[in-house]
Design a protein around this ligand. Structure first.
Ligand SMILES: [Zn+2]
Length: 282
């Protein structure tokens, strides 16, 4: 796949061409960034049981309002449908905030993955009350078991993403990063913590971020400590415990991951440090 004039083209993993179904639900350029183009990518699940139904909802203007859209929808076999060019702002993020910025519709590209989201257990199948009455259930091998990073989210079961979906999302994020110099790759559940659970624990969000933080040659970014004695902690925040003695000024580190103003770094030990005390050296 490749990006030309803000549209994706080419073939997915299964050899199918990227499809175009234009949505009326968008705002014109520019984005609220220095370049006027998106500098972030937000990952979602559709919370629906069918790819076609999701595309339909995201490309329809309902008279009652509450309309939504996104740039891309990714199907179970890795099929890709683009609904709006990447220089147009779509309506996927809603009220949103992360790391001092707000309003992610005007900052980001939105990728919707065909996936129903959270589930409950009914005997030996998984569904939700209403969906089950409509005949939708999933067997155990299509279900991921695990809690959401947000402890307030009560659900324990989630639809698994397919390998093709994950591979295609990683490939597209790489293209977007290359084309637009994306600086953030986030889940909807990270920019709208109180409202949203998608893409949830079944999606490898941390892996995607680490992968995208590598530079173009595939090397991990390097940095040096620019303050005297920098605390290194077990998580991205001052509430996490220190994992080792503080790092000394000018200590060299490899930057593995970024989250909310913190870097996960590696020296003799691995841990999280406040991003502002690291100068990237490449
Ligand atoms: Zn979402």
């Amino acid at each position: 796949m490749k990006i030309t004039d803000h549209w994706l083209s080419g073939k997915n993993i299964a050899g199918q061409n990227v499809k175009k179904v234009e949505t009326p639900n968008f705002y014109k350029p520019p984005f609220n960034t220095v370049s006027g183009l998106p500098d972030a990518t937000i990952i979602h699940y559709t919370a629906m049981t069918s790819f076609d139904a999701a595309v339909k909802v995201l490309t329809t203007k309902y008279p009652g309002g509450g309309n939504a859209s996104a740039h891309l929808v990714i199907g179970k076999n890795g099929e890709v449908t683009q609904l709006a060019p990447f220089n147009h702002r779509t309506w996927h993020a809603g009220e949103s905030y992360y790391n001092g910025r707000m309003g992610y519709n005007s900052l980001s590209v939105g990728i919707e993955i065909d996936n129903v989201g959270w589930l409950k257990k009914f005997g030996d199948v998984y569904s939700r009350k209403r969906l089950k009455s409509e005949g939708f259930t999933l067997p155990e091998d299509k279900v991921y078991q695990g809690r959401h990073e947000n402890p307030k989210v009560p659900y324990e079961y989630w639809e698994e993403y397919t390998d093709d979906q994950v591979d295609v999302v990683f490939e597209i994020c790489g293209l977007l990063r290359e084309q637009y110099g994306m600086i953030e790759f986030l889940g909807h559940d990270e920019i709208a913590k109180d409202r949203k659970q998608d893409p949830g624990p079944a999606f490898p969000m941390d892996e995607l971020r680490s992968e995208m933080l590598k530079d173009r040659s595939g090397e991990i970014q390097e940095g040096i400590v620019n303050t005297n004695l920098l605390n290194i902690r077990s998580g991205a925040g001052t509430q996490y415990e220190k994992v080792a003695q503080p790092l000394n000024q000018n200590a060299q580190v490899s930057i593995l991951e970024e989250r909310e103003g913190w870097y996960k770094v590696k020296t003799e030990v691995e841990g999280w440090v406040s991003k502002k005390y690291i100068t990237a050296t490449k």
